[in-house]
Write a protein that binds this ligand. Structure first.
Ligand code: AMP
Length: 250
């Protein structure tokens, strides 16, 4: 079975994000970028599936500018077999990404698409759901355990009340949650080997997909600064403040 893993290049999760002076978005110039953490979990899951004999090829695909190649190489260094880079400097919205991925799925015919539940930049949590709808494939979101056997899979999902286990007909789109696994670091020999693995280059036009934006960002602002705390001298004073100042107890 072939596994397709869409991965997104985002601002590294350790970086403090800054808003651009003109409030049009966040500052990306000279900012450290990395693979979206949920996408790393998806790559790891694909590798484990292959190691267990349940998959024979892992293809990572990413949509973005020139440097997105680095993110694809990270996936290849972790253990994926080859990459597909759909190059565009435009910011592609989830619907556009899903339409591009649909074309890639049609060309590659994977048995499963494993992807992040959300990208930590836009926090959209939409692409997987849109892709499964476009393909008319089964879908499991927020997956913390995945078992695939033949043309069926069992997926445990993290839902508000706890864990839900569902059965899926394959092929399927699976979006992964934090607790599914702990992604490996790429070893130096594997980083070297990854340089030789093939990356196929395409553009949205090659795939015949219109990625024009449908959503307009009006303004991006910093969250309000947190106010300093105060020290209280006694429990009685704390109760008094909670009652009369914060008005959170009666
Ligand atoms: P989102 O719906 O934007 O929160 O993203 C959810 C998942 O969709 C990500 O974890 C990726 O697996 C995939 N995805 C989103 N944008 C891209 C992109 N530009 N290239 C490849 N995969 C993407």
């Amino acid at each position: 079975m072939k596994v397709l893993v869409p991965v997104k290049r985002v601002i590294d999760y350790n970086v403090k994000v800054r808003v651009k002076a003109d409030n049009s978005g966040v500052e990306l110039a000279n900012v450290k970028m990395a693979m979206n953490p949920f996408c790393e979990i998806a790559v790891e899951e694909a590798i484990r599936l292959k190691e267990a004999g349940g998959a024979d090829e892992i293809v990572v695909v990413s949509i973005g500018g020139k440097q997105t190649q680095e993110t694809i190489r990270t996936g290849l260094a972790m253990g994926a077999d080859r990459g597909i880079h759909i190059e565009t400097d435009d910011e592609v919205e989830p619907l556009g990404v899903a339409k591009l991925l649909q074309k890639v799925v049609e060309e590659e015919a994977p048995g499963v698409v494993i992807m992040g539940k959300q990208a930590i930049d836009g926090d959209n949590n939409q692409t997987g759901q849109m892709l499964s709808a476009l393909l008319n494939w089964s879908m499991a979101t927020f997956v913390s355990k995945l078992e695939i056997s033949g043309d069926e899979a069992s997926a445990t999902r993290e839902v508000d009340g706890g864990l839900e286990t569902i059965k899926l007909k394959m092929p399927a789109v699976v979006t992964v949650d934090l607790r599914l696994n702990e992604p490996r670091y790429a070893s130096l020999p594997n980083i070297m080997k990854a340089k030789k693995k093939p990356i196929d280059e395409k553009t949205p036009a090659d795939l015949g997909v219109d990625t024009a934006a449908r959503v307009k960002t009006l303004k991006v602002v910093e969250p309000p600064a947190r106010e300093a705390g105060v020290k209280v001298a006694s429990a009685a004073e704390l109760v008094e403040k909670l009652k009369n100042e914060a008005k959170v107890i009666g």
